[in-house]
Design a protein around this ligand. Structure first.
Ligand code: ATP
Ligand code: MG
Length: 585
């Protein structure tokens, strides 16, 4: 069990602070948030900002230590960077402009732009450009476990999506692609071990690279219905992807059905008929005979994106196709300016802005589009004759009618909680910040980077989402605030107290993380709290048992219990604890 001793602070509930309660807190929507409040693990200070109470902090520290062990094992080196960062660095990387309002910005007393770090690519790259000049100093991977601040638009679900939260972030620096790939692989492996050791059912899925940018990334998803992320996985091969990223194959170069003649273009008066549903029922056509024209603003340029009526635009894919930094749907005013019509009537014919189209519409003939005039749609529109687009690409969301992009088999949709993210960054930051090294030929090149994050609090919350019942949390042992709890049921019975104390001391001597519930409370209260907090192994000492020299031992995850002689209890419990850890190796 390695360095677990460091974590073991022996506890008596009467001296401890774990304020539990029965009522389901009305502000908490998801079970992990409810249970962390009820089990006395966290308290809210203000929106998205929490105090970790002692028991919550214990779980956090346990996850941190698992992360630390696996990062160290993978060769990463721990350091600690500041939470407060100079705006200048963000201006240099270009993200001061693009990061948006999640970046909390302020001025210091000298009127200098400053921000609270939501992530640390800028700071670490600044360090490395000053300290690393030669290929001989690489590969190197620095990590920290540190408090981040992101002014999330919708903080919710307790630690799952906070504004202030603890993250482990790591940054790798390599001299060549092969090395960068090895660094990525090492982190991927380390992450798999970390989440396995935390007792989570998870999956690594291909992901979009988002605001951090770069070329390749995986998200580690904890499978849970309450997850905010949607993903797909193949029922046959191991392709799995975040919905933003999920590829659609087989539509490239789709030829038009040549034998269908183009019909003459027709104007249709469609008074106040705007949505796909309204248009298709008004014109009596199916959704796949309609093309939606979505107007977006990509880095200050208006662009029209065309997708089939039964498909949804995927903004992340569109952003990649356009190679844009920021993309948002145009406002009603912008739509009116680009199309001379209110929202709902945009179409590609005679549209004067850049147009891109989804691959699925290549083969369409005689379709319906908006007419760029209020209350007007066009029928029998045809590409080539009536309009042209600048580019085609996969810019739509995958649907349940699509099949696996890799093997063509059926796909399945699921939900998950993103607990970790690994990115191959390439040279985005090293180029922007001029982190340059000399290779073995004496030639200058930008360092190749990777970055790797884990949400520590979110991991604890995710463990609870996956492991609970009507009575409370059922902690996987490595994440539980305590490994064992001892419940002496009658604090006025000397035999009970003696037996409990004896077992307590023996377990302490063997470095077991044990909570002795020595409160002068009724048995029911002690049982309820033990179940609520979800401590994996429970030792109950009652008057009758103590008289007979027996205690009752029960796992939180199992319904049945077993009676064990007092003298054997400590060894029995230690064996149970060991087995619980071993099952997660
Ligand atoms: P999300 O899509 O959930 O906002 P992200 O892609 O912004 O996450 P990263 O920038 O990759 O997240 O951060 C690394 C890790 O930090 C995430 O995998 C997640 O576990 C955690 N994390 C990110 N934002 C939050 C938050 N607001 N609260 C708690 N943990 C977070
Ligand atoms: Mg985010």
């Amino acid at each position: 069990m390695g360095k677990r001793e460091e974590l073991v602070i022996y506890m008596r509930y009467s001296n401890y602070f774990m304020p539990t309660y029965k009522e389901v807190p009305s502000e908490a929507e998801v079970i992990s948030h409810q249970l962390m409040l009820r089990a006395g693990m966290i308290r809210k200070l203000t929106s998205g900002i929490y105090t970790y109470l002692p028991a919550g902090l214990r779980s956090i520290k346990k996850v941190e230590n698992i992360i630390r062990e696996e990062m160290n094992r993978a060769g990463a080196i721990e350091l600690l960077m500041p939470a407060v960062q100079p705006g200048e660095l963000w201006q240099e990387s270009g993200r001061w402009e693009y990061y948006g309002r999640e970046l909390l910005r302020f001025k210091d007393r000298h009127n200098r732009d400053t921000c609270l770090g939501p992530t640390h690519e800028e700071v670490i790259t600044d360090l490395v450009r000053k300290e690393i000049q030669s290929y001989k100093q690489m590969p190197v991977n620095f990590y920290q476990i540190q408090t981040k601040f992101r002014d999330e638009i919708r903080p919710r679900f307790g630690l799952m999506r906070g504004r202030e939260f603890i993250m482990k972030d790591a940054y790798s620096f390599d001299a060549d692609e092969a090395g960068a790939n090895r660094s990525y692989e090492a982190m991927y492996e380390a992450y798999s071990r970390i989440f396995q050791r935390c007792g989570l059912k998870f999956r690594a899925v291909e992901a979009d690279t988002g605001a951090i940018g770069g070329s390749y990334s995986h998200e580690f998803m904890v499978l849970a219905e309450t997850g905010e992320d949607q993903m797909i996985n193949c029922t046959k091969c191991d392709y799995a992807a975040n919905l933003e990223r999920a590829e659609i194959k087989g539509e490239e170069g789709l030829p038009g059905p040549d034998n269908i003649p183009m019909k003459p273009l027709k104007k249709m008066y469609t008074p106040d008929i705007k949505t796909v549903e309204e248009v298709t029922s008004f014109l009596d056509i199916s959704e796949d005979q309609l093309i939606k024209t979505l107007i977006v603003v990509a880095d200050n340029e208006m662009v029209a994106a065309l997708v089939r009526g039964d498909h949804e635009l995927n903004e992340a894919k569109l952003k990649n196709l356009l190679d844009a930094q920021v993309i948002e749907l145009a406002s009603p005013e912008q739509v009116a300016e680009a199309t001379s019509a209110p929202i709902g009537f945009a179409g590609p014919v005679d549209l004067k802005i850049k147009m891109v189209a989804d691959l699925a519409i290549q083969g369409m003939k005689n379709f319906v589009t908006g007419g760029n005039r209020n209350d007007l749609h066009l029928k029998n529109v045809n590409m080539g004759r009536d309009f042209n687009v600048e580019r085609f690409g996969d810019i739509r969301m995958i649907t349940s009618r699509d099949s696996c992009a890799r093997c063509g088999e059926e796909i399945r949709f699921g939900r998950g909680i993103e607990v970790g993210h690994v990115f191959k960054l390439g040279t985005k930051y090293s180029q922007a910040l001029k982190a340059i090294f000399l290779d073995d030929q004496g030639k200058e090149s930008p360092i190749i980077m990777g970055c790797y994050g884990i949400g520590v609090g979110r991991t604890v919350a995710a463990a609870i989402e996956q492991n609970h019942d009507k009575d409370g949390i059922i902690f996987p042992i490595p994440v539980s605030p305590f490994e064992v709890t001892i419940l002496p049921l009658q604090m006025h019975d000397a035999a009970v107290v003696d037996a409990a104390e004896k077992i307590y001391k023996e377990l302490i001597a063997h470095h077991i993380d044990v909570l002795l519930d020595d409160r002068d409370e009724r048995a029911g209260v002690k049982f309820k709290d033990a179940d609520l907090v979800g401590i994996p192994v429970r030792v109950t000492v009652g008057s009758r048992g103590a008289k007979e020299g027996q205690v009752e031992i029960k796992l939180r995850s199992q319904p049945e219990s077993i009676n064990v002689p007092i003298g054997e209890a400590s060894a029995f419990v230690r064996d149970k604890v060991k087995k619980l850890y071993d099952s997660l190796k």
